[in-house]
Design a protein around this ligand. Structure first.
Ligand SMILES: Cc1cc2nc3c(=O)[nH]c(=O)nc-3n(C[C@H](O)[C@H](O)[C@H](O)COP(=O)(O)OP(=O)(O)OC[C@H]3O[C@@H](n4cnc5c(N)ncnc54)[C@H](O)[C@@H]3O)c2cc1C
Length: 371
């Protein structure tokens, strides 16, 4: 079959990869010169730890696929570094203890560590914390270099083409028409537009059950030592359904709404890039219109928390940015697959787990459509 895939982020690219691996031909269109959506703005975390029980199997499958892809395509930068969620209060500790004692803790690779064991695993963590919830299944990739690397890998098949700076404007029958006036014939069209819910997406499928969420992020200059695992703070428990339970209810009840972390719906996540810098975030903004500028207060909070956990000053902040992802509002849907015509599907809405789940979602779609 010949597929046209619209969107150059992880969902478009993972779907392209799944189709190429099954012997099909793929043409992928990206309206920007290089992907510029959520995929290049994210942490690159393959985050298994807090996924709900119903999402755990697909998360572990996707992590396995990332590992396999990383083995074949070095530019993906896959590393099975794991993560440690550092807890600083008794209420956070209770959530971590419940998670480590949970029925599926072994599958997630959870282990609760005291501060000495945390430091044995990640010697850069010389700051103040009560304990750390280690998750050995978490991993990381280098999102910004992974998309071009995956495209290079697919090009070697001889069955893949990529058109940068090419916006898909209409789909008529089996033909995708782009903004250069070119026509791309397809047996199957997969539209992976990310948070572009208007324009072509709305024309094809109307208003689908997704919302947009905006996050603020930053990156430091290289740290002069390895951060051997990704790290998170106890606020992160609030944003992952796998930690739901009475302990989390108590933690949530304790959070003062006057606190910057509550106002900006924040968690600390921090991962070291291959170049040594730390990618640190994030906030969650749900109400549109979103701010067009970045707010300083969350950065001060993230800096303070990161410095408390590391027990040292952060390197200079060299980049600040915001990103928007598309999130399905159906709690039972990991992603929204909306059919526009017999041979046209719009696929978006993986929320804050799109980088984690991309490869498995590509595989799942390929199975669903008998590719
Ligand atoms: C700040 C931030 C941090 C995150 N951290 C993580 C993380 O660590 N781990 C994780 O699992 N998830 C994370 N996420 C979520 C994850 O990044 C997203 O779920 C995922 O990248 C979505 O991929 P996508 O391909 O659907 O969308 P995008 O990456 O937004 O890609 C969509 C692409 O489609 C293009 N496009 C749209 N319309 C057209 C058209 N008509 N024609 C041609 N091209 C078009 C756009 O230009 C864009 O490049 C994070 C998200 C953000 C914003």
């Amino acid at each position: 079959m010949r597929l046209v895939i619209i969107g150059g982020g992880i969902l478009g690219t993972a779907h392209a990869l799944a189709a190429i691996e099954r012997g099909h031909e793929v043409v992928q269109l990206e309206r920007e010169v290089e992907a510029r959506g959520a995929t290049v703005r994210n942490f690159g975390l393959v985050w298994v730890s807090g996924r709900s029980a119903s999402e755990l199997a697909i998360s572990l499958r996707s992590r396995q696929l990332w590992e396999e892809i990383g083995g074949r395509v070095a530019g993906v930068g896959f590393r099975p570094a794991g993560s440690i969620t550092l807890v600083r209060t008794e209420a956070e500790l209770a959530v971590a203890e419940a998670a480590a004692a949970g029925s599926r803790a072994a599958e997630r690779g959870f282990e609760l560590l005291d501060p000495d064991h945390v430091r044995a695993l990640n010697p850069a963590l010389r700051g103040k914390f009560l304990a750390g919830l280690h998750c050995s299944t978490d991993a990381a990739v280098e999102s910004r270099q992974a998309m071009p690397a995956l495209r290079g890998h697919m090009q070697a098949s001889g069955r893949y083409g990529f058109h940068a700076g090419t916006e898909a404007r209409a789909i008529i029958g089996n033909t995708v028409i782009d903004d250069h006036g070119r026509r791309h014939e397809a047996d199957l069209v997969l539209v992976c537009p990310g948070a572009a819910h208007s324009g072509l997406t709305r024309e094809l499928v109307g208003d689908i059950p997704v919302r947009r969420v905006r996050l603020q992020m930053m990156q430091t200059a290289p740290l002069d030592e390895p951060l051997t695992t990704a790290i998170a703070d106890g606020d992160s428990f609030r944003y992952y359904p796998g930690f739901a339970g009475p302990e989390l209810d108590t933690l949530n009840a304790e959070q003062s709404q006057a606190f910057t972390a509550a106002q900006h719906r924040m968690q600390l996540l921090c991962v070291q890039r291959l170049h040594g810098g730390l990618t640190i975030g994030d906030t969650h903004e749900y109400d549109e219109p979103f701010a067009f500028d970045v707010d300083e207060a969350p950065y001060e909070h993230l800096t303070a928390v990161a410095e408390e956990l590391l027990g040292r000053r952060l390197p200079q902040i060299v980049r600040r940015w915001a990103g928007v992802y598309s999130q399905s509002v159906d709690p039972d849907a990991i992603v929204t697959r909306a059919q526009a015509a017999d041979n046209v599907w719009v696929i978006t809405g993986p929320g804050g787990r799109g980088m984690t789940l991309g490869p498995a979602l590509g595989e799942e779609t390929a199975d669903l459509l008998n590719l």
